[in-house]
Design a protein around this ligand. Structure first.
Ligand code: PLP
Length: 383
């Protein structure tokens, strides 16, 4: 059978394989603690669920939605950017997505020609690299380093790569490291990309999942010429991973191109989910405060035990992940296997985020703090 050659560069999505392994262990009666995937355990707010149910009574709820998403949701996102970031958007600077993963893939053919480079972080959310291959572009991965607080370092990208690049993807707050960006970083990156005629795209999936007192920031606050784009999602902040609803905001030409790709691939998200998203974005800011408090507490518990067990980690200020170093004398696989087979703990090996993730593993704080404590507390003290 003849299969697309580009699939040679792509393995199956890591978390799909892990899910299969977890199910197998569970069906053998093993007690598994899942610190692997970033799928929040918290309940979806009842107002969101009620809005979804109510929308099933709306006229034409079952019909194709507008390709770009319903106007009411776009207006809500405009309102969110105005209130939280003081960024003023027009309706053609917002596009509704079927989750941000979809948009982060589809922006590649919207911006890049076959063979163009997409500049991506390493380690990074796997979709950037894998979908670059899938769409016939080439990822050029830039190392994220602890010594730079995992902020992408643009100083060593060769000129010939810059000349053949049309898109750079960054992701702050950062998965998997938990690093957050700052005004200086965004301003310099915008300047650099502008000079090199590259569209800068920030994946802001965790924009609101930041340590208690930090103020969320958006790339668009610094993008005064509105040349670039930022992706957002309701998945993480509102515990709606299965609802599949996200958005992209920013440069209208890029959004127009993305919309063109999407209109040939999908027909937008089920209208009731869009109404549920409106309700989510209408929740008071105290909702966000409460969510942050929960993750702050979990982080504190996990960091305390990791210290006791002599496992080194980066002290991130965003996301619900902790980026940890594999203890001395272990390979990444040996250590992750020991965690699973000896202690029943699933974590994500760092290499799932790119080759520079070797020697690391990621803990996801998506179970309650008591379980985090009891599972990690069983570990021995490492060298
Ligand atoms: C960095 C990052 N971006 C995007 C996504 C995708 O989110 P969704 O497609 O649910 O909006 C995820 C999910 O894990 C993520 O970690």
């Amino acid at each position: 059978m003849k299969i697309n050659n580009r699939l040679e560069n792509i393995s199956e999505y890591h978390f799909k394989k892990i899910d299969e392994l977890k199910e197998k262990l569970k069906s053998n009666g093993e007690n598994i603690t899942d610190l692997g995937i970033g799928d929040p355990d918290l309940k979806t707010n009842s107002k969101i669920i009620n809005a979804l149910i109510k929308a099933l009574e709306y006229k034409e709820f079952n019909k194709y939605p507008p390709y770009e998403g319903i106007k009411e949701l776009k207006l809500k996102i405009i309102n969110y950017y105005r209130e939280v970031y003081s960024v003023y958007l027009k309706t053609d600077e917002v596009l509704i997505l079927i989750g941000s993963k979809e948009g982060l893939s589809n922006i590649i053919p919207a911006v890049c020609d076959l063979g163009d480079y997409v500049i991506t972080p390493n380690p990074g959310y796997p979709v950037y690299e894998k979908c670059s291959y899938l769409w016939g572009s080439k990822p050029y991965s830039v190392p994220l380093k602890d010594k730079n607080n995992y902020l992408l370092d643009i100083s060593n990208i060769p000129d010939d790569i810059l000349k053949s690049s049309k898109l750079m993807i960054v992701n702050y707050p950062n998965n998997p490291t938990g690093a957050i960006a700052n005004a200086k970083f965004y301003s310099e990156l915008i300047k650099f990309c502008g000079k090199n005629n590259i569209i800068l795209c920030n994946d802001a999936a965790y924009s609101e999942i930041i340590n208690g007192n930090n103020k969320p920031i958006s790339l668009l606050q610094y993008d005064t010429k509105r040349l670039n784009v930022e992706f957002g999602t309701l998945s993480k902040t509102y515990n709606m991973t299965g609802f599949r609803i996200g958005y992209v905001v920013g440069n209208r030409e890029v959004l127009k191109a993305l919309s063109k790709v999407k209109s040939n691939l999908d027909s937008s998200q089920f209208k009731p989910i869009q109404y549920a998203a409106i309700e989510a974005l209408s929740l008071p800011r105290n909702y966000i405060k409460d969510i942050r408090k929960i993750y702050d507490e979990r982080r504190r518990v996990a960091e305390n035990i990791l210290n006791q067990k002599n496992i080194k980690f980066y002290k991130g200020e965003g996301t619900f992940y902790i980026w940890c170093k594999v203890p001395k004398d272990y390979t990444t696989n040996e250590f992750c296997e020991e965690l699973l087979l000896k202690y029943g703990i699933v974590v994500t090996p760092g290499y799932a985020f790119g080759n520079l993730g070797h020697g690391h593993f990621r803990i996801s704080l998506t179970i309650d703090k008591e379980k985090i404590y009891s599972s990690l507390n069983n570990l021995k003290v490492y060298n």
